[in-house]
Write a protein that binds this ligand. Structure first.
Ligand SMILES: C[S@@+](CC[C@H](N)C(=O)[O-])C[C@H]1O[C@@H](n2cnc3c(N)ncnc32)[C@H](O)[C@@H]1O
Length: 254
């Protein structure tokens, strides 16, 4: 288990700025759902835009309120892993390359991140990723069939440090239950974070879900060793050099 807890986290994004005014325009003043993200107008680089233009139609799936036919969208019948919030897609591309026999359905709301992952897909000729640029909570509810996923990755979700923002955290009981319902028996839910108090919440919430079992390799506090497929990203390497902790929380569907 990682050692240090007192240093600040290394999460690449700092979304705590009050920017609710930038939420999508479908919200009405009377019904504004709590979201786990804030839409920012981040700059899209020339390379990211070129990738969006050249590869977007092939690799981006539109959000739709209808269940996806996974075999159809990937062009093959293979175990499918859902990733929520891939950021710039560094870990996503690495994992998809390491696990060519699996499909990776990846959600991110941030356009520069989508462009960055498409750029990697083009440069590294990765064929087993599809992207949905939409709120993963809605994607899960509307597009993913029960017992259809081999795994779910939630790596370094925004920690929402301030207590009044904790309600925005992704890893909470209702979402974890929805994720568990969509896992096949034996399928896994893998979360990672560099924020200790969120790691503790992850252990608590996943342990409370009756459909899930703790990974047998977890330690007494509930943390698993980093699985072979999750790479140390550059943010994580920098953080570890500075003595920060990182926690993997891994449970399987019974
Ligand atoms: C702190 S970043 C981590 C990115 C990446 N997983 C990594 O390890 O570097 C969290 C990402 O999750 C995305 N995100 C947060 N909530 C989301 C949601 N409901 N649906 C899709 N993406 C979301 C954010 O836009 C952000 O890019």
């Amino acid at each position: 288990m990682p050692s240090s807890t007192s240093t600040p986290p290394i999460s690449p994004e700092k979304p705590d700025a009050p920017a609710d005014a930038q939420q999508p325009s479908t919200d009405t003043p009377h019904h504004r759902p709590i979201r786990s993200f804030v839409l920012r107008t981040g700059r899209v680089t020339t390379g990211q835009q070129a990738a969006l233009d050249a590869l977007g139609t092939r690799y981006i799936l539109p959000f739709q309120p209808a269940v996806l036919n996974l075999a159809q969208v990937f062009g093959r019948d293979a175990p499918t892993v859902l990733e929520i919030g891939f950021g710039m897609g560094e870990a996503t591309a690495h994992i998809a390359r390491q696990r060519p026999d699996e499909n990776f359905l990846c959600c991110e709301v941030h356009t520069p991140g989508v462009g960055a992952l498409l750029k990697r897909i083009g440069e590294e000729q990765i064929g087993n990723i599809r992207i949905i640029q939409h709120d993963a909570v809605q994607v899960l509810a509307q597009m993913i069939a029960p017992a259809s996923l081999a795994g779910v990755h939630v790596f370094f979700p925004d920690p929402w440090h301030k207590k009044r923002h904790h309600k925005r955290r992704l890893i909470q009981l209702p979402l974890v239950h929805e994720l568990a319902l969509r896992l096949q028996p034996g399928g896994y839910l893998h979360c990672a974070t560099d924020w200790q108090e969120y790691a503790e919440q992850m252990v608590q919430v996943l342990s409370a879900e009756a459909l899930l079992r703790r990974d047998p390799a977890a330690d007494a506090d509930g943390y698993a060793p980093r699985p072979w497929y999750r790479p140390l990203t550059k943010f994580e390497q920098r953080g570890l050099r500075l003595g920060h902790g990182v926690w993997d929380v891994l449970h399987q569907r019974a």
